[in-house]
Design a protein around this ligand. Sequence first.
Ligand code: MGD
Ligand code: MGD
Ligand code: SF4
Ligand code: MO
Length: 728
Amino acid sequence: MAETQGDKKIKTYCRFCHATCPMEVTVRDNKVISLRPDTDNEVFGGYTCLKGRQMPEQLYLPERILSSLRKNADGTRSEIRTQQALDEIASKLREIRDKYGPRSIASYNGTVSFQNSATHPVAKAWHVALDSPSYYTSITIDQPAKVGIGQARMGFWAGGNHTWRDSNVALIIGNNTLVSHFSIPGGIPSFSPSSALREGKKRGMKIICVDPRRTEVAARSDIHLQIKPGQDAILLAGLLHIILEENLHDSEFCEENIENLTPFKQSLARFTPDYVAERAGLNKDDIIAAARMFAAGPKGSATTGTGPEMGPYPNLVQHLTQALNAICGRHYRAGEKLPNPGVLSPPFPRLAQAVPPQPEWLTGIRSRVSDDIGEVTVLTANGPLKEMPTAICADEILMEGEGQIKALICIGGNPLLAWPGQEKAHKALKNLDLLICLDYKLSATAEMADYVIGSKLCLERDDLTVLTDIWYEQPYSHYTKSVVEAEGDVIEEWELFWQLGKRLGLSLNVNEQPLDMVNKPSKYDILEKMTSGSRVPLEEIYGRDGGHVFDAPDVIVQPADPATKGLLNLFPAGLDEELEGAASDADRSVMEAQQHPYLLVSRRMKNTFNSTGPELSFLASKGTTNPAYMNPDDLTAMNIEDGEIIFIRSERGEIPGVVQSSPDIRKGVISMAHCWGGAPGGAGDDKVREIGANTNRLIHNLDNPAKYSGMAQQSAIAVTVRKVDEPD
Ligand SMILES: Nc1nc2c(c(=O)[nH]1)N[C@H]1C(S)=C(S)[C@@H](COP(=O)(O)OP(=O)(O)OC[C@H]3O[C@@H](n4cnc5c(=O)[nH]c(N)nc54)[C@H](O)[C@@H]3O)O[C@H]1N2
Ligand SMILES: Nc1nc2c(c(=O)[nH]1)N[C@H]1C(S)=C(S)[C@@H](COP(=O)(O)OP(=O)(O)OC[C@H]3O[C@@H](n4cnc5c(=O)[nH]c(N)nc54)[C@H](O)[C@@H]3O)O[C@H]1N2
Ligand code: SF4
Ligand SMILES: [Mo]
């Protein structure tokens, strides 16, 4: 639409994914008529992607839920005022709490819940006030080992790990930031990742990429180890073995800060380059070269992504990754400047010392499924946060007895498509007394809900870059005011919890400060409580038009305090058995390859964000299915044509897939995105070209659950492939 005089131009940032790209939106009569990258922004330099640019269509989508919906006894849905829906929900929750106890009330806060900066403090406050530990998020089906379990077991460095901008080398294990816009510091920054990568390479940085696919990142790396899926623990053990054998580690740092290096080294004895090369399907010389390149540093980090973290040994993979950083001393030392200790948290001294392991992070409330699985502590921008593991939430709904979940509030998530083990997830969601979804569209899960509450979309709300605060490599922050006023009877994520809290007579505390439970607080009020005492006052960030790098005083890492200094434990209890287990599985997998000739792995697609995207016309024009990407040699061997439909079968189920020939895939691997398709048993399988297929139907959540998190194996799934005629 042509712009006219009187149109308002408003700076904001995109929250379609986590990358917070700054945008400038043109508004006329409270309608977004166009948006474009904010080219003035000093960090992003005008970067945006195709998904974020579809926000105007998303706002005015004809199918958008603009009021609330209640399911009738006959399965149809009626529109209902949101305040009335909330009254009804609160009274049902009260009944459920009185009858079954508070633990029977759960919430699942999915990926998009994190894009609203106030969701989690208010959601958690609601659970605390209700006395219900049943607080679930998508983190525990994502990478819980990376953001809590790994640190609990080994400890971590108070001064922080090396970040990208200071690094000479990066070891990137199954993380494709150029498409996912997602990595933790040390990996390619999530913000304008292609220019960060270009800048790194220009100053001579070396990149080692471990991925069964020649990804966008792999294609730009110095060494690409095109690994056999699921063998990352074996490879990492091999890299550690070489570095320690060749004495390439930082022995001075180890002496001072590490315990149990000797038994750790001994436990790696079998992981010789020959042993690893055979099991990981790699060339021995490449493995040796990668180990030497990483160890040469002198600065850099090893980081993982969802590939290995969803594989068979997430806790072990994470431990070994952190061990590489530890033995090479990839941590900021006394006197060094931290690129960004965070803008939104209070200043505190950063010390050059280890925070010791935190066993109590692993021993919170137990699940009813197994004593090995229970509350997980996740390190968030708002501090350590306890949550129950989503991988076993379906069991907690289905298992009768005290504590059984009867009501589930689902915020910005789509469990029917996302939870590992779709059959069980489906059964569990059907088994609930009450299912509530806050969503902007009738998702596969919302279809099953008793109440669907219409949600605001990001351009209709204020937000602050809390989630990403410590991921920026500069003291950057962005407060956006809402760009347009929501026109429907819709609410925000945190508001749902506040509204239900008020109706249930609960008092919610955010950052130890009470919320007004009579008059609804403003978003600013909540954000102010969340950030009280922050290095840069919220008022100053609020006062800026657009995102900004703040002129905060440098934070210099201070010498260790002998009174509190800890050691990083390289050889925690159980590690030996984990290594033994990974090795014997690897030995077996060499033999069993005949039985299951393919391994199915996960991936992200450019035109969708998990299950968000296919409803938008431009994104759908890029494809309406999650193709089964396969190597052309495999297709030739099986006489499969590009574009043909095949059936992919695991021990647990079978799904169709539309084949896409792709030379970047390792032979014997099928690469396919999750969160597609419909409910099991529906007509969906005939519509694989229109709605894709759900890879979680190939998984059973309890086949190989990780200790502590119950993290299910969601990648490196052994499958066979059979040809079929295309269904009509
Ligand atoms: N097999 C397999 N399973 C996986 C994975 C895998 O790689 N393989 N990945 C896992 C990972 S990493 C994750 S994070 C999960 C994802 O799991 P989920 O977070 O449960 O799934 P999403 O599809 O992201 O759900 C987002 C929902 O939010 C809705 N939505 C969009 N915008 C808004 C908004 O502004 N407000 C609200 N309230 N709702 C909105 C969308 O319509 C959609 O229904 O899946 C996990 N499952
Ligand atoms: N466009 C887009 N962006 C997204 C999302 C999306 O759906 N679409 N989802 C968001 C979410 S929820 C998350 S958690 C992040 C995830 O962000 P990433 O972790 O970067 O996710 P992917 O892009 O899938 O990259 C994972 C890589 O691991 C590789 N891999 C698979 N199996 C293995 C294995 O066994 N070993 C090794 N070494 N590699 C393996 C895959 O080939 C893939 O290239 O992305 C976020 N960003
Ligand atoms: S990468 Fe794309 S979807 Fe993510 S914030 Fe930027 S524009 Fe939005
Ligand atoms: Mo995720």
